[in-house]
Design a protein around this ligand. Sequence first.
Ligand code: ST9
Ligand code: ZN
Ligand code: ZN
Length: 335
Amino acid sequence: MTEAEALENKQQQSTSSNWDVPPESAVEDAFDTTYKEKEGPKPPRIIVWRNVISMSLLHAGAVYGLFVIPSASRLTLLWTALCFFISALGVTAGAHRLWSHRSYKATLPLRIFLGVANSMAFQNDIFEWARDHRVHHKYSETDADPHNAVRGFFFAHIGWLLVRKHPDVIEKGRKLELTDLLADKVVMFQRKYYKLSVLLMCFFVPSFVPWYLWGESLWVAYFVPTLLRYTLVLNAAWLVNSAAHMWGNRPYDTNINPRENKFVTFSAIGEGFHNYHHTFPYDYAASEFGSKLNFTTCFIDFMCFLGLAKDRKRVSHEMVQARVQRTGDGSHRSG
Ligand code: ST9
Ligand code: ZN
Ligand code: ZN
């Protein structure tokens, strides 16, 4: 089976109505080879000072949080780790693999959990996140890519959130087919109540629980499980856009920038196999190696075991091998 046929198969897969999952034909994550950047001078960079100030304060708070760690109780540290993993899963298993790529199907209870976890991560609402991410895949490393890594590490990492978007991002984004997201009640509910849900899940709950349940000081609870944890999850996600688009091998496709980056894989709970992911964006494991070094894939597998998820899409070994031979950089262990 050729890749094109496989893609077509994927798009033709039907959804069963009792799962309340909209059709997948809407997912647009394949690279658009027809797009050409406009010639002439680039539009001016317009700095959004409100974001510069809030991101600076957040990072200053997180650095202070590092110094507060010794005063935190063991339970608070465990809670911090739990909040890290829950919010990270809201991004990786939720906004990314489920809602951006539709690489598996999830029942309503799981989608509600992922929606709540996603608000804990405060990385824009699911609809906006998935729309930006689909434009990222479709127009990678061009003006229409929200975090175009050709503009350097800083821009791809955080800079893109500190300036107005390139007009092509918005123009191309508006042409995307997003009906699956619009038809998803969890996505739309989270979008409607986004600010409130972020206040509650990203700031209030992580601070309140340690104070109320085991008498942690509010000061520690605010700086460690809340600000420090939030900043760590943000930076772990941003590393996928920056480091994993710049450093590492390209065993699957040497024509694209995304790379296999072990450090990012570790910090972003399984999202650093980025050369593979951009080559086969519909694979639920976002890696050739299934659940190996991939906490997010383990989580999705466990959800399937519990009957809360199903229809995980995978790329066959033969197809991966063919691609490695055809476009890989030779670093694949079988290459
Ligand atoms: C954050 C996001 O951090 C992080 C994303 C990370 C992604 C990583 C991906 C990697 C792979 C997955 C791995 C996950 C790993 C996770 C590991 C975890 C351990 N298409 O936005 P505006 C429209 S967020 C179509 O204001 P400006 C928009 O609808 C952090 N339309 O643009 C609006 O229309 P209308 C917290 C689009 O003015 C209009 O354009 N959040 C698109 O240029 C204006 O929209 C923040 O810090 C599109 N793509 O401002 C907030 N985009 O007027 C940051 C926009 O009709 N955001 N539109 O309503 C902002 O403040 C602003 O968006 C801005 C740009 C200043 C950046
Ligand atoms: Zn990418
Ligand atoms: Zn992706």
